[in-house]
Design a protein around this ligand. Structure first.
Ligand SMILES: Cc1cc2nc3c(=O)[nH]c(=O)nc-3n(C[C@H](O)[C@H](O)[C@H](O)COP(=O)(O)OP(=O)(O)OC[C@H]3O[C@@H](n4cnc5c(N)ncnc54)[C@H](O)[C@@H]3O)c2cc1C
Length: 427
């Protein structure tokens, strides 16, 4: 690499998903030169829905992108949780009240629309966006990092951000840890509302929770589309079989659910499904001048709907710390200090989210007596009690000491539901 193009490259981002593009945009707003290397032939996202909570829409507002995102998505009035077996309401969030509390809205949006917003924003800021660039290796010296591509080329920069997702090559190089298999699988389906032959209320985000399964439904694109997600524990995965999560398991998993849920199952896409893995949290996301971001750093089970949100927060936090540690006269960045500050706060916040998402899933998927105890607790929640989301939806912390306190879950055993209830169905 010559001295002239060395000076032109500050940051290299591996992976052009929502995490990589949003980080590229955040850093380009600080005046840095950013290059994104994406392995796919085109930039894009799967055509399903995404929930984005106020801790993300706050950042989109700062970026000047929120109005566009709102115009492309849906702002539902409520989020309603119901029991998937009897269909009865358990609890609800008034999303207009939630917006008043946190200052920013809860939006549901087509993933490709949000991705396209960041792609266009990156283009407008002159981010160098390259496709068909598969990164196979990483290296770092004290003040530069490099990546090796599948064709043998080497690219280097002052900082490399690895936003290469769940199966991250960088994570392997940095931590060498394994994915954790939840044995749950997600089916998605986003279809035109015109193809749905029954009434669905797209003014709400609906979540049905049941024994070893749950079902999510909301509108997209101003209500023109219906988005559904069906999640269940795969008996074949639990039995250690290779071929797990197949459509026969989908149909079987929801047979004991209420009519409202069962009516949605035939509308799911059946040609692909997502086996659900996360990773145990780690405290080290940095090796020399390579830093992890998004799912590469903290892939969650998606039960809190915070995976993409956390990725967008990561980029914002990193850019804030870069701005604070940038010498105005020379434009040099104290990268070591910036990435250390990023790592200090984000590893802890994301650890909380990943572990809470696991326990959230356990709570949603209860059966028998525990299911009834959960239902009592959820039904007794005051509609204006936000204690269980305050730690998530408030302003994104920039330092560990600014992280809000966690909520205290109510123990299931504190609820007496009389005689033990047998499990409804066996896995
Ligand atoms: C069913 C389901 C529902 C979800 N719902 C929500 C939700 O409502 N809200 C929410 O916030 N999150 C949700 N999530 C989580 C969210 O989708 C992810 O956390 C988020 O998309 C991660 O973004 P990312 O950019 O870090 O990774 P990815 O989206 O995986 O992007 C990684 C990119 O890197 C590229 N790449 C990978 N390897 C290489 C390589 N070696 N070289 C170059 N490029 C490479 C990939 O092609 C890809 O473009 C959900 C997840 C699932 C499975």
């Amino acid at each position: 690499m010559t001295d002239s193009n060395r000076a032109a490259v500050d940051v290299l981002v591996v992976g052009g998903g929502i995490g990589g593009l949003s980080a590229a945009y955040a850093l380009s707003r600080q005046g840095l030169r950013v290059r994104v290397l994406e392995q796919a032939p085109e930039f894009g996202e799967v055509g399903a829905g995404l929930q984005i909570a106020p801790n993300c829409t706050r950042i989109l507002h700062e970026y000047g992108l929120l109005e566009e995102v709102k115009s492309l998505g849906v702002l539902p009035s409520s989020m309603v949780m119901r029991d998937a077996v009897d269909g009865r309401e358990l609890t609800r969030l008034d999303l207009h009240d939630l917006e008043r509390r946190y200052g920013f809205p809860y939006v549901v949006i087509h993933r490709s629309d949000l991705h396209a917003v960041f792609l266009r924003a990156c283009r407008e800021r002159g981010v160098d966006l390259r496709t068909e660039q598969r990164v196979t290796g990483y290296a770092s010296t004290a003040d530069r990092a490099s990546v090796t591509l599948a064709d043998g080329r080497v690219e280097e920069a002052e900082l490399v951000i690895a936003a290469d997702g769940l199966h991250s090559v960088a994570r392997q190089w940095l931590a060498g840890d394994d994915l954790v298999n939840s044995a749950y699988v997600a089916y998605r389906g986003a279809i035109p509302l015109a193809d749905v032959d029954r009434e669905v209320d797209l003014d709400e985000v609906s979540v049905h929770v049941g024994p070893r399964c749950h079902f999510v439904r909301y509108g997209l694109r101003g209500g023109e589309m219906l988005n559904q997600v069906a999640v269940f524990a795969s008996p074949k995965a639990l039995a250690g079989e290779e071929d797990w999560g197949t459509p026969d398991e989908l149909d079987q998993a929801f047979t004991d659910t209420c009519e409202d849920v069962r009516a949605g199952i035939p509308l799911m896409w059946r040609d692909r499904w997502w086996r659900m893995f996360d990773r145990n949290p780690i405290t080290n996301w940095v090796r020399g001048r390579v830093v992890l971001l998004g799912d590469a750093a903290h892939p969650p089970l998606q039960y809190l709907a915070q995976g993409a949100v956390m990725a967008i927060e990561d980029g914002w936090v990193l850019a804030q710390h870069v701005a604070r540690r940038r010498e105005a006269a020379t434009s040099t960045v104290d990268w070591d200090a910036a990435v250390a500050a990023y790592e200090a706060v984000r590893t802890e916040h994301c650890r909380r989210v990943v572990l809470t998402a696991r326990s959230w899933g356990e709570l949603w998927h209860l059966d028998g007596t525990a299911r009834r105890q959960r239902n009592v607790i959820l039904r007794s929640r005051a509609v204006d009690d936000y204690s269980f989301v305050d730690w998530l939806h408030g302003p994104t912390a920039l330092a560990p000491e600014d992280l809000p306190p966690m909520f205290d879950p109510i123990p299931l055993e504190s609820v007496d539901v009389g005689q033990d209830q047998p499990a409804l169905t066996e896995a």
